[in-house]
Design a protein. Structure first.
Length: 255
């Protein structure tokens, strides 16, 4: 085990919180207030946010990384249980289970959207928001998301894969500065999951949060609108008292 792995796992506590028949993995460092929750992106886990976790550990009493159902622990999410409000409810259940009544929430991509929906549902629970390229803000997603909305093509694209494709990562996810960095791309491949449950959970989330059929046909031909099924822009005024930091990369290729 390398030095960074030792630092990451030191004083780490791992538990499972059960909610509605699903299991969420919760990884905690430290104890006591102030608390911070970390919510990774779609098909990701805490390793993708290791630098942010290390920074939080230096400033917070406790840091809790929440892996959504199916991302680490089975069973996989079903589409009927995978809307953004439901995902936010799972995270709130974790906070209630471990006895946290107020915390900072850091979310990346999907996790950022979940954090926003959580703030709308349970504003008393959210002390601050740190959102890294969050879903549920803005309009457009990467054009490949349009294909996910089509029944046959979407099912094929979101099927469980034996391995993460390097060409896919370079073409669709990595910005121009790191696209030819072999070590960085290899790191992303190693962090990729071959788990069938994770792939099925990701697919359930995509399908549960799509626009209506009529709008789905429109967004296939027109720019923007892919997030209308879960966007929160019209409701942000209700959480304007929550201090919020939003970070977006200048070459974000997804949102």
């Amino acid at each position: 085990m390398g030095r960074h792995a030792l630092c990451f796992t030191h004083s780490m506590k791992v538990r499972a919180v059960v909610r509605d028949g699903y299991r969420l993995r919760v990884t905690t460092w430290g104890s006591g207030a102030p608390h911070a929750f970390v919510l990774p992106g779609l098909s990701a886990d805490g390793r993708s946010l290791a630098p942010q976790i290390r920074s939080l550990r230096a400033t917070m009493g406790s840091v809790h990384v929440v892996d959504l159902p199916g991302f680490v622990l089975p069973p996989a999410l079903l589409t009927r249980d995978a809307s953004f409000p439901q995902l936010a409810g799972y995270v709130a259940a974790v906070a209630d289970e471990i006895g946290v009544d107020r915390a900072t929430f850091l979310g990346h991509s999907l996790g950022g959207g979940v954090a926003l929906h959580l703030a709308l549902q349970r504003p008393e629970l959210v002390e601050r928001l740190v959102l890294i390229a969050p879903a549920a803000l803005g309009r457009s997603l990467h054009w490949i998301y349009k294909l996910y909305c089509l029944p046959v093509i979407g099912r094929a694209l979101l099927r469980p894969q034996a391995s993460v494709s390097r060409p896919f990562l370079r073409r669709f996810l990595v910005g121009s500065r790191r696209r030819d960095d072999g070590r960085f791309v290899d790191l992303l491949v190693r962090h990729g999951s071959k788990s069938r449950d994770r792939a099925l959970s990701a697919r359930a989330i995509v399908w549960a949060n799509q626009p209506s059929w009529r709008r789905r046909l429109l967004v296939f031909f027109l720019p923007g609108g892919e997030q209308t099924g879960f966007a929160v822009c019209a409701r942000l005024s209700s959480i304007q008292e929550i201090p919020t930091l939003v970070l977006w990369g200048s070459e974000d290729r997804v949102i």
